[in-house]
Write a protein that binds this ligand. Structure first.
Ligand SMILES: [Zn+2]
Length: 183
């Protein structure tokens, strides 16, 4: 093959390959910068990394108010969702979405121990505060099921909680008196 023709072929080949290779490279670098898609939250369950970060902030705020958010289910594999759905269909398990239709499979839903009724302190805390962290209820019959939907969950107005109730102002802790005797 004469030299100019070879060079033209090489240039053409590089032009064809370079954008694909570059895009691939950018994708890999982006994935590495963000870390894995699903990450572990306290208690061993896993959530999508964005939901997990927000959930951990919410759990910390709950702890500071004396409530612990216990997780019973978070990210589920297709097989786990399918098994739960089959049990539900047989009348043997709690309500479960058809596999492929649950936000548990996307790591965006979390089931919490809410104490069995809507009057429990844990449920009351979630109802009043979860929206500040992008979480809200999505299934009317499942008070334990909360989803991370930051785009469609509005933050409370200033001075109000997620239910529109006035925020309780916690009293400032009394200052500790320290003796500063110079002698
Ligand atoms: Zn759920």
């Amino acid at each position: 093959m004469p030299f100019p023709q070879l060079r033209r072929s090489l240039v053409l080949l590089l032009c064809l390959l370079a954008p694909a290779g570059f895009a691939q490279d950018v994708k890999v670098r982006k994935a590495k910068a963000k870390g894995p898609r699903f990450v572990r939250i306290h208690g061993g369950h896993r959530l999508h990394r964005d939901a997990a970060a927000s959930f951990e902030r919410m759990a910390k705020a709950a702890r500071e108010s004396g409530q612990s958010l216990l997780v019973t289910s978070a990210l589920r594999s297709y097989r786990q969702q399918r098994d739960l759905w089959r049990l539900y269909r047989k009348g043997l398990g709690a309500q479960a979405a058809r596999p492929g239709r649950s936000n548990h499979q996307r790591g965006l839903a979390v089931d919490l121990v809410v104490g069995g009724n809507l009057e429990s302190p844990t449920y009351a805390w979630l109802a009043g505060n979860a929206c500040r962290f992008g979480f809200r209820r999505t299934v009317a019959s499942e008070p334990w099921h909360w989803e991370y939907r930051p785009r469609s969950t509005s933050a409370p107005r200033d001075g109000e909680d997620c239910l529109g109730q006035p925020l309780r102002v916690e009293p400032e802790p009394a200052p500790t008196l320290v003796r500063t005797d110079a002698s």
